[in-house]
Ligand binder design. Structure first.
Ligand SMILES: C=C(O[C@@H]1C=C(C(=O)O)C=C[C@H]1O)C(=O)O
Length: 479
């Protein structure tokens, strides 16, 4: 195909794009390189157009921070799967090396459309000996084939591809142009999405297994062996039809508007998805931000009662202190408001303290490696708490409570803590949720808090039997 086969108004634009790309190619250093090309594409909704972004590789990703950045991606141009220690350092090196090789052929593209490496970690560095990790590497990093982004009304489509010669650059430009035309011509997924998820609870009751772990956890924090322990539970659902997570994520856009919806789909059989209220870190133009989020109230309590709860304030402060201490140990000067605010995410309200610092020149994954896991999802002291989680939780956490997000070609990054999430693999869907125990925590309240958190996703499903994950009111907060 040549530029002549496009309508004349677009031919100019196509010709300009091609010329830009070839100019960048001429200035390359080294033999081969990864060419990165982008075109503006109107404000297509990445969530609704992800199905139209298919690639020969089954990998798909969604980051839906609407009304902020939304990003859909598919296919893998380069990727890394790792297990074991130093994963943050090695993933950072992969990002630097890969993004360093990317040749920007569309220098007019804005920040939302920058080339990105997508990242998903597992909670633990190594899978446990008893429980296989469910095949999840301790870090997955992907430079996608396709990226469709939207921020405000603007949207961009980007392609990454290896180029050996100028002809490859022409071919990539044409592939990009054609896909942009197809996406713009295609209607997005209709509203409402057609399918509901059908499934039934798998036998095996998380409540009885949680009760014994909870008893031990409460002993540990009461006797001062730990300051905090965040015990999680897992509810498994047997799916009677394959799960499409996109309709769920679409509904969560309305029901949990302040959170960031995410999807990491290794293939059609394996989807990890959720709506995270918690920012592990964001780095934008050298400004670092991390969120301390701990202390939870359900719909029936007032935010005031949460703000006035001595136990919740103490639990929250442990998280703020841990984050600020880690940042200080890296030589940063974190700033924080003196008192927490309330942050509402769907049916739950949390205590929230945003922590900020000047972070010029910081490596996002060095920061993430120091911060993960915060005491909001693990406990204190960290090492001992991690050991107790291994022995008390009767399942593998996988990606639950681990960092998920992206780094872009300018060094900006955002990583969320993957909570309020589910993992569908084959015909099974696992929902995981946890709650923090500190001195003064009450067993019944913690049990009801995790049950309430499980409902965030479970309520989107059409379950055939009564669910242990149904919402019950939380008993009163203790002062
Ligand atoms: C661990 C989870 O949530 C975390 C624990 C919270 C708490 O204990 O109050 C609140 C928000 C999150 O930091 C979860 O939702 O699974």
């Amino acid at each position: 195909m040549s530029a002549a086969s496009f309508p004349s108004s677009m031919a100019m634009r196509f010709g300009d794009r091609l010329q830009q790309a070839l100019q960048a190619w001429e200035q390359r250093q080294g033999e081969d390189c990864v060419m990165s090309l982008a075109v503006p594409i109107g404000g297509l909704d990445p969530l609704r157009h992800l199905p139209g972004l298919e690639s020969c590789d089954p990998f798909r990703f969604l980051w839906d921070g609407a009304p902020g950045l939304s990003l859909a991606a598919s296919g893998r141009c380069h990727h890394l799967d790792l297990a074991g220690p130093k994963r943050f350092e090695l993933a950072q090196r992969f990002c630097d090396a890969t993004l360093g090789r990317v040749l920007e052929g569309s220098p007019d593209a804005p920040a939302q459309a920058r080339s990105r490496i997508l990242l998903a970690f597992s909670f633990f560095e190594q899978p446990s000996e008893q429980q296989p990790q469910g095949g999840i590497p301790s870090v997955q990093a992907v430079l996608p084939r396709w990226q469709l982004s939207r921020q405000g009304r603007q949207g961009w489509l980007r392609i990454h591809g290896v180029a050996h010669e100028a002809e490859d650059v022409r071919l990539l430009t044409e592939t990009l142009w054609l896909r942009a035309e197809q996406l713009q011509a295609q209607p997005p997924q209709p509203e409402p999405w057609p399918d509901t998820v059908h499934g039934s609870l798998r036998p095996g009751d998380w409540e009885s297994r949680y009760a014994s772990a909870l008893e031990r956890g409460l002993e540990l924090v009461t006797h001062g062996e730990l300051h905090k322990l965040v015990l999680a539970v897992q509810q498994s659902i047997q799916l009677s039809a394959p799960l499409n997570p996109l309709p769920l994520l679409d509904r969560l856009r309305h029901q949990q508007a302040g959170s960031c919806r995410f999807l990491w789909q290794r293939d059609a059989q394996d989807s990890f998805f959720g709506a995270s209220p918690e920012r592990l870190l964001s780095l934008r133009n050298g400004q670092l931000r991390s969120d301390a989020l701990a202390g939870t109230a359900g719909r029936l309590e007032t935010g005031e009662s949460l703000l006035n709860s001595e136990k919740d304030r103490r639990e929250h402060e442990l998280v703020v202190q841990a984050i600020t201490d880690h940042l200080k140990s890296l030589g940063l000067t974190p700033r924080r408001p003196r008192r927490p605010q309330l942050a509402r995410h769907g049916r739950l309200t949390h205590l929230h303290t945003p922590i900020t610092a000047a972070g010029e020149g910081q490596l996002p994954l060095a920061l993430a490696g120091a911060l993960h896991p915060t005491p909001a999802v693990a406990g204190l002291p960290r090492r001992q708490a991690m050991g107790w989680l291994r022995s008390l939780e009767p399942f593998e956490r996988g990606g639950y409570a681990a960092p998920i997000g992206w780094i872009d070609s300018a060094g900006d990054a955002e990583l969320r803590v993957a909570i309020r999430c589910g993992h569908a693999h084959g015909s099974q869907l696992d929902l995981t949720a946890g709650a923090g125990l500190v001195r003064g925590s009450v067993a019944e309240r913690e049990l009801q808090e995790v049950a309430l958190k499980l409902t965030v996703l479970a309520d989107q499903l059409d379950l055939q039997s009564g669910s242990g994950a149904r919402e019950r009111p939380l008993p009163p907060l203790h002062g």
